[in-house]
Write a protein that binds this ligand. Structure first.
Ligand SMILES: *Cc1c(COP(=O)(O)O)cnc(C)c1O
Length: 419
């Protein structure tokens, strides 16, 4: 704790013990119960587990006003989170991320807002999920973890894992951007590039469990990442004055964030902190990898494996998601929809937001902007809707378009030519 205190000496969210309200875990598909305080992977049915809370207990122990008086970070929501002991919290400074309005790009009276998650540790919202999952793993005494990743999740696991003193083993498809592979290695994990897709990497992790004795940290195969991602919903509602926008566009890969946010809104609704209508949840995918969109359009409960998945938005290149039914359920329950955009509009959207509003998105974030434009054109949303787009990682991690103009400073400068 001494180290944590010195790192964030003003943060009483981390130094004060508070009760937690977890009652049990529940299979997202079958609804059967699992004991809290025991480390679980998937349910018996092979589906993700959801963490359940004594919401009445939360309601009786904390008010919105209490919460508002605390420092603005993820740990402000301690009562809604599963970590029992403060000493197990593994933190790198999970600040509230800003909501940046991009008014030049909104055609109507509705506000167009970007929740810029690129400001988090390791430069992506994966920090939210992994700081929670690693903290819980620490609480359970786990020392070795493994994960397949398209980049950002692995980087966050490497960072939080190293901070917690764990060994992490990370497997990336071999077209994962070099910067991601290197940041994973730099932050102390063992990392391999694999000549396959993320599901192939996932198989290596699953099949290596016995030989390596590691815990499988694949998306949704451990229950606490959703709780970390849930803070996006808690924080958004909090920042908007315990209100929600009309529509949320979320770049959907494994779907942890969409499922987590929907869980947050439902929990807040149950304790009466949110009233009125829920936001419409929109799952955004790329046309080169759109299993959820296909299942949504066909009215199916589960999504099939997407073959030959390809898109520049690596974070949403997930051909099969174990939480598919939870994503589809949230989209349907919220009267949202699922939409695919192609790589050319992702690139032009990225350029448009950067040039006109000075906000450098990641390709996945740009996909939500492209989807917003397409949905306006299709009439699926109204120009008067208040819309939140999720930019999930800093644009600085991605390759930039070239800028190659040069000047010779030994010669007189022709300023006219610079205009
Ligand atoms: C992981 C990731 C996503 C997808 O998030 P999920 O919650 O897993 O669907 C989107 N964009 C980026 C940059 C990511 O790293």
């Amino acid at each position: 704790m001494a180290r944590l205190r010195s790192f964030m000496n003003t943060n009483d969210n981390l130094t004060t013990d508070r009760p937690t309200f977890v009652t049990h875990l529940e299979c997202g598909m079958e609804g059967d119960h699992y004991e809290a305080d025991v480390m679980h992977g998937l349910s018996k049915a092979g589906k993700p587990l959801l963490v359940k809370y004594d919401l009445e207990g939360i309601q009786n122990s904390v008010t919105k006003e209490d919460m508002e008086s605390r420092p603005t970070d993820l740990w402000r929501y301690r009562e809604f989170l599963p970590v029992r002991k403060t000493e197990n919290i593994v933190s790198l400074g999970e600040i509230h991320t800003p909501i940046v309005e991009i008014p030049k790009l909104a055609p109507g009276s509705g506000r167009l807002l970007v929740k810029d998650e690129g400001r988090l540790p390791t430069g992506s919202f994966k920090a939210r999920g992994l700081c929670m999952a690693v903290s819980k793993a620490k609480e359970f005494g786990i020392q070795k973890v493994a994960m397949p990743t398209n980049g950002n999740a692995g980087a966050a696991l490497a960072a939080y894992g190293s901070r917690a003193g764990m060994e992490s083993y990370i497997f990336c498809p071999d077209d994962t951007p070099t910067i991601n592979v290197r940041e994973i290695a730099a932050q102390g994990a063992k990392v391999w590039s694999v000549n396959g897709l993320i599901n192939d990497c996932g198989r290596i992790v699953g099949e290596g469990k016995e030989a390596m004795g590691w815990f499988d940290f694949s998306t949704l195969k451990e229950p606490y990442r959703i709780e970390g991602k849930k803070t996006m919903g808690l924080e958004l509602a909090d920042q908007m004055g315990w209100q929600v926008p009309d529509v949320i566009f979320y770049p959907t890969g494994g779907g942890t964030g969409l499922i987590g946010m929907w869980k947050a809104f439902n929990e807040l609704r149950e304790i009466g902190w949110l009233t009125g209508k829920q936001p419409r949840m929109v799952a955004v995918q790329a046309t080169g990898c759109a299993p959820i969109v296909k299942a949504w359009e066909e009215g199916k409960e589960h999504a099939g494996l997407w073959k030959n998945a390809h898109t520049i938005a690596a974070g949403i290149r997930v051909p099969v998601a174990v939480g598919d039914f939870l994503i589809l359920r949230a989209v349907r329950e919220s009267d949202g929809f699922a939409i695919a955009v192609d790589d050319t509009v992702i690139s032009s959207g990225l350029e448009e937001v950067a040039r006109r509003e000075g906000l450098l998105l990641c390709p996945e974030g740009a996909a939500t902007y492209a989807a917003y434009k397409q949905s306006l054109e299709d009439g699926r949303i109204s120009p008067d809707d208040t819309v939140v787009l999720f930019n999930c990682a800093t644009g600085l991690k991605y390759e930039m378009p070239p800028a190659e103009d040069t000047l010779d400073c030994t010669q007189p400068i022709d300023y006219e030519a610079l205009k």
